[in-house]
Design a protein around this ligand. Sequence first.
Ligand SMILES: NC(=O)c1ccc[n+]([C@@H]2O[C@H](COP(=O)([O-])OP(=O)(O)OC[C@H]3O[C@@H](n4cnc5c(N)ncnc54)[C@H](OP(=O)(O)O)[C@@H]3O)[C@@H](O)[C@H]2O)c1
Length: 274
Amino acid sequence: MTLKIDGSLLLAGAGNMGAALLAGWLDRGLDPSAVQIQDPAPPTATRALLERHHLTASPMLEPLPKAPAVIVVAVKPQVMDEVFPGLARHAGPQTVVLSIAAGRPLAGFERQLAPQAAVVRAMPNTPAAIARGISVAVPNAHVTAAQRQLCDALLRAVGEVEWVAEEALLDPVTAVSGSGPAYVFHLTECLAAAGVTAGLAPDLAMKLARHTVSGAGELINRAEAPPSALRESVTSPNGTTFAALQVLMGEGGLAELMTEAVAAATRRSRELAK
Ligand SMILES: NC(=O)c1ccc[n+]([C@@H]2O[C@H](COP(=O)([O-])OP(=O)(O)OC[C@H]3O[C@@H](n4cnc5c(N)ncnc54)[C@H](OP(=O)(O)O)[C@@H]3O)[C@@H](O)[C@H]2O)c1
């Protein structure tokens, strides 16, 4: 379905995530003339995307003739404070702000923009770059049904979307899906390194690990059955997989490590929130 906005969209920050979102919107047919981009120096990959769609980015946008329907905030959390005054100037009473800045709570936006400002806070993840991300979003009390639908469509352009009512859940969400791709990258590194220790050449070990993780990921994606059923279906009693899983599923194994890792990321997400 073509992505249409009743009004315009302002994107603040066109780096990795901002550009992934922009590419998703344009792929879904969003009219480039409805998009304004604020970014002092977009990276090379973004510049190529902008050129293809005859778009430009400005360090600071001139006042717009009409307030945008939506402002998407995709700058680093640490530059949010310098971006807020500009956002406050551009936002109108009908504007919804969709922020993906990690650890920047809804209350901060309400304080900096207006107490009645409609704000959605979302946490996407890096597979958004290939439109295979998952985002979790939480609206504040001022977001209308139409604004929520618009934010859902904008996030859905780069993958799946889930909505939660409780903002505090974004900390464990960050720890599971926000940081999760890095855990899978590390799993791939560990599998390759273990293959080298077991006697494989490094290039072959990495190729095997890479294809195994991405192929297994795609199986999980396509299967109706849960991952536990997929695991059981490839584990014969007393076979090779069984021997490895005795280690991974034993005491101090992956389940315990993952629980600790997710707890550490959740704690850090809470600490970073301001
Ligand atoms: N990457 C992820 O996996 C991920 C996942 C979830 C959430 N997020 C969130 O997404 C946001 C963006 O992350 P990212 O990885 O895309 O960062 P990024 O690649 O550094 O992109 C941020 C962009 O904002 C630009 N910028 C700096 N100051 C600005 C200003 N005053 N106005 C407008 N643009 C400005 C930066 O330009 P310069 O480079 O010149 O400073 C850069 O092009 C962060 O808040 C992050 O928490 C990222």
